[in-house]
Structure formats: C-alpha cells, structure tokens
Design a binder for this molecule. Structure first.
Ligand code: ARG
Length: 459
C-alpha cells in the first residue's frame, strides 16, 4: 500500500529493494532525541504565532515526550517502511494523540527537519570532543608536571638529536590537542545557525518565527538563506576535518607510545589496564590500545573524504544523496570519542621510566650541539668551523665506542687547541637542557611556565 505520509499520488507501495536502499531508520534513529526536540520547538512556535491552536500544540508537545520515552525505554517499534526517524516519530505521534499530529508538519519539510536534527547531533558530538580533549590535556599536564625536568633524548628522523625534558615532550602534545580544541570550538561557533523554517527549500508562506525556534534549540540565530540551510553539510565536514586532524595527532602520539613501550626503548610502562597479553607468548604485554588509536585515523579521515565526495556534485538544494552523510559522521564521532578516552586513560596510567629516559638522553652524542655552541661562545670560533671540529670529535668517540664526555681534554685539544676543561660542563645532559632557556625551549623553567599557562587556560 502507498505511504501514509506522501502516498497521495501513489497507487503502489515500494519494491522491497526500493525500501532497502531508501530507508535510513536503521541508523538515523540515533537522532531521535534531536528530532523530538526540534519538533517540540516547532510546535511551540506554531502556537505562539497563531498557526496552531494552543491545545493542538500542547497535545503534540506532550505526545512527543511520550514517544521519546518509548524510544528511550526500548519499546518503540521502528519501521523501515516509514523510511526514517522523522516519519517514524510522526506516525507514532498520530497513534498516541490522533488528529493533531497531522498539524505538526505545517510550515516545515523533512529537509529543514533533518538538517536541524543532524546539526544538533553534530553539535553534541563537538561538545563531547571538547570534553574529551580537555580531559586528555589534563592527563598530559599531570605527566608534564611530574617530569618537568626529567631528561630524555629529543629526536629528528627518529635519530638522537638533542636532549629535551619529558615535560617538554608532553607539552608539545598539549599544544597540538589545544589547537584541536580550538578547532572544535571554531566549528561549533560557525555552525550554530538554525535551518528550521527553511522548509523544503524556499521558505514558507506561514508566518513562522524562526528566531523563536532557533533560540529554543540553542542556536545563535536562524540560518540566513533557506536554500543554503537545507543544502549545507559543511558543518559536518568541518567537524570531520577537525576530527581528522585530532585523530592524526592521536595517531602520532600512539605511535610514540608503541615505540616507547618496546623492550628496546623502555621509556614508558603502560598500565595493565591499558595493555593486552598474548595467547602464546607469556612474556608479552602489548600496547593494543595505542595501536588501535593509531588506526582510527583511517576511518575518521575516510569519513571525511567520503562525505566530501557525496557533497561535491550536488546541485542545490536537497538531494537524497545527503542521507549518506549520517553513517560516516556517526562512525567517525564514535571512534574519535573512543580514541580520546583510551588515550586519556593510557596517559593517566602510564609510568615514565626516568632512569631509562636519562640513560638514553646522554647516548648518541646528544650534546654535540652544546659542544659546538661552546666553541662559538667561549673560544670565539665561527659556527661552521665549530660544527666541523665537533664532528671530528664525534667521529673520534664513535671510533672508540664511547660518548663525548668520555673523551679526555688531550683528545679534545688534539682537534682544537683552544678547548679547555670548562667544555665538560656543557657535555652533561642536565646542563644541556637547563641552557635551552629561549621562549618555548626545553629548559625546565620554560616547561613549567608552559604548564602554568595551560592550567590557567583550563581553569
Ligand atoms: N532521511 C532523509 C535524510 O536523511 C530525510 C530527508 C528526506 N527529504 C526528502 N526530500 N526525501 O536526508
């Protein structure tokens, strides 16, 4: 039989395959709460503007709450023949309250309805991402504070470069996740315009009050152009873009945790709570959570690309293609929240192995730059020459299988006569990091200043 919502001009119901490709209820039921909030705001506005009687609006608003409690209680029967969440809710409302239910859809279309619901849903996810990021940043701050002056190797090309502090490395991620936080906030501020009242595409002849519904639903204002309001999905793309960048940051950090927790590095010990074992190798403790976080970027960025492709060729205004927006965003949001929570847990629980970090900090000629700088500062040698002298000394130490501080003063002087015993003060890693006092540098005082600033930002 023909559809009860739009079947007036139809004499036959849809083929089973038509229903299968068309229905979205299996996934868009996740927007039930948003759909009902939007409809309740719309009904209140219809009454306030005199389009609907107060008693009809009241019946609708009350009935919608009944439907919501049925959905939340798990007793609601979703039907694929009713296509989507919007028509499932409305059909049930009709069963619950009867005739007034048919008046709810006055001055509204599913096009502005779905745009509103989806925006509300994405906005909630942005708020959840902001919370998750703040929690992760707090966990990183605690790690940074505990080891603000612990030395470790800093790397370029994953080769030992210069000693840095543990706190400095943690705070590098705080900066990254801090930018992710501000990207989420920016996206939220930009998207917060209400599509409701755009109707199908052209607006409506009913004297609706779009300011009223916008403010009831927590939007800053109504969207200014009805064609754009029903066509726009860039709010979802912006969320996916910010989520992709955030997932990329999570993935880089996860990669470091995988490396750092290996037997060869032993920079950190992950807690049992965030590790797994092997079914055959009894000694194993695997960083599975980090590996899965590292992999999540794939599906999150995939969602971003997929929705970009869905949208790129659509003429204005609504096309059914846009129904394909939701599963991508749902999946990306679920996995972003999970990755943020898992990373926060791992960071909170992990132990930095201070002694191993310190031992590694001094290996690999990590203070060679300090030696070159000393030659410039104390012996007045041009930096390029100092670089060459230091390189020669590194070659000497490498040939002997020792580190730079193990060379004797005579060894040093055989390469450059102006070197004095004072040079040994800069070859120690503690002195090295303490000397990097430039703004944003690795000196413990700089790191503590970064921590203090972030604590103030988070309040
Ligand atoms: N389920 C649809 C979606 O998710 C709702 C909008 C339907 N609008 C329409 N004109 N068929 O996009």
């Amino acid at each position: 039989s023909a559809n009860q919502m739009w079947g007036g001009r139809f004499s036959a119901g849809p083929d089973a395959i038509m229903e299968a490709i068309n229905a979205s209820i299996s996934f868009d039921q996740r927007m039930a709460a948003q759909d009902i909030a939007g409809s309740r705001a719309h009904a209140a506005m219809l009454a306030a503007t005199g389009i609907l009687s107060d008693s009809d609006a009241q019946a609708i608003r009350k009935g919608l709450l009944t439907v919501l409690s049925e959905i939340e209680g798990g007793t609601f029967q979703f039907s694929a023949s009713l296509e989507d969440i919007h028509m499932n809710v409305e059909a049930r409302l009709k069963e619950v309250i009867g005739e007034p239910a048919g008046r709810l859809h006055t001055g509204r279309s599913r096009n502005d309805q779905v745009a509103t619901d989806f925006k509300l849903w994405v906005r909630d996810q942005i708020d959840a991402a902001i919370q998750g990021l703040e929690a992760l940043i707090r966990a990183l701050l605690a790690q940074a504070e505990a080891g603000a002056d612990w030395v470790m190797p800093g790397f370029t090309h994953l080769q030992t470069a210069q000693p840095v502090t543990w706190g400095h490395h943690m705070m590098a991620y705080v900066e990254m996740f801090g930018r992710d936080l501000s990207r989420m906030r920016d996206a939220r501020a930009r998207m917060n315009e209400c599509p409701l009242g755009a109707a199908a595409l052209a607006g409506t002849s009913f004297p609706i009050d779009r300011e009223m519904t916008a403010s009831a639903l927590g939007f800053d204002r109504p969207a200014a152009n009805s064609l754009d309001a029903v066509s726009d999905r860039d709010f979802a793309l912006e969320f996916l873009g910010a989520a992709s960048i955030c997932a990329m940051h999570l993935s880089r950090f996860a990669e470091e945790l995988v490396i750092w927790s290996s037997a060869q590095f032993r920079f950190v010990t992950l807690s049992d709570r965030f590790s797994t074992g092997s079914s055959i190798m009894p000694q194993k403790k695997n960083p599975d959570a980090a590996e899965l976080i590292r992999a999540k970027i794939g599906r999150i960025f995939g969602a971003n690309v997929a929705l970009m492709m869905v949208m790129k060729g659509l003429p204005l205004a609504y096309s059914k293609d846009m129904q394909e927006d939701k599963e991508q965003v749902f999946d990306a949001a679920d996995n972003l929240m999970l990755a943020l929570a898992a990373m926060e847990g791992m960071v909170r629980d992990m132990t930095a192995n201070r002694a191993n970090l310190a031992a590694a900090a001094g290996s690999g000629f990590s203070t060679a730059t300090d030696l070159a700088d000393w030659l410039v500062r104390v012996a007045g040698i041009p930096f390029r020459d100092a670089h060459h002298v230091t390189g020669t000394l590194v070659g000497m130490a490498e040939a002997r299988g020792c580190d730079l501080p193990d060379l004797t003063l005579e060894d040093m002087q055989s390469v450059h006569a102006d070197i004095t015993a004072d040079v040994f003060t800069v070859l120690g890693v503690e002195n090295s990091v303490a000397s990097r006092t430039s703004y944003g540098g690795t000196a413990p005082d700089q790191v503590r200043a970064q921590i203090a600033r972030w604590k103030e930002v988070l309040g």
